[in-house]
Design a protein around this ligand. Sequence first.
Ligand SMILES: Cc1ncc(COP(=O)(O)O)c(C=O)c1O
Length: 394
Amino acid sequence: MPQSAERLAKLPPYIFAVQGQRIQEMLTRGQDVISLDIGSPDLPPPPAVIEALSASAHHPNNHGYAGYRGIPAFRQAVARYYQRRFGVTLDPEREVLPLIGSKEGIVNLCLGYLDRGDIALVPDVGYPSYSMGARLAGADVYWLPVNEKMGFRPNLEAIPSEIANQAKILWINYPNNPTGATAELEDYARLVNFCRENDILLASDNPYVDVTYDGYCAASVLQVSDAKSCAVEFMSFSKTYNMGGWRLGAAVGNPEALKILLQIKSNVDSGHFKAIYDAGVTALDNTPSSWIEERNHVYQRRRDQIMAVLPFIGLQAKKPKGSLYIWGRVESGNGTKYVDKALNEALIALAPGAAYGPGGEQYVRISLGIPDDRLEVALQRLKDWYAKTSLSVS
Ligand SMILES: Cc1ncc(COP(=O)(O)O)c(C=O)c1O
């Protein structure tokens, strides 16, 4: 067999694929591993969405290619959602583009904008696809350190001007994976200004905008006036409507960026079949806000349950107002070691903080997407394990 491409040297195997394989092997051996590592909602989508998929799939004419830009009804429903939810007006023809999940859009946007030697500004820590997309494109990643004190927001003043001049994309994500941090409109306004001044595409990855707690309501970057001149936002059905496996999302905002994204995508994929878009329209138009509130209430309860246990398992965290995660700082030692030991000794899978950037080394991420009964077992197991090992996980 020929050698694999050189670019793979800069693209390590996806950590969750590796860990998932290890967990699968343990399960096959009969070990009862409980996964708190993956951010996949455990609850189903609204019933009307499943019915819409089924009704549309029964239609004999709905099984062909539905077009590189999806169907107009879907783009219009996304525009209606933005109007209703954020007061943002989008042109469904030029400012909305369906995605096969936002992960696809993230990586393809990198391919559309970045060449060898270009720079992407990526928060350290952040969702791994921002840096992996840049590397796949041959570009360099300039890490923007974020920490608890700064509310996990990048310090734009600390970016050297020669880096700002060379950078082409800046990634942001609030409510944030993995930290649970949130951003307000004034934060978004600062980011828009910075990107406009430095001719940078601001890419706001926003899959958790409707996964919030304690009455908190998250914003869209497009609420900043004239943000569309430099910004795109990725919205996703995965977390808002519990549709992770359906692979449905959309990019919205700057029309030029969406045109470039479409140029890549139309050469790479052929979109979804119509039933997925029809189901997406139902999700956007017909999901009552009470459904989202009740679902978020379930996550909020789990969040509080986990927060109460952290002191007994050697972790510290700030209570998140949004996202699907608790970002726990390991009190003594290293996140990767902690994760290894928890998996081997307590059969609990957690996500190592280092997977989200060099700044995550001392952290582990705990997902709220786990059924209540399993969460209870998992937390008890972690408590028993930590008490017994009395370990220094360093
Ligand atoms: C911050 C962030 N962006 C993007 C994604 C990918 O979402 P999708 O299922 O829409 O591809 C995830 C998934 O966990 C995420 O956490």
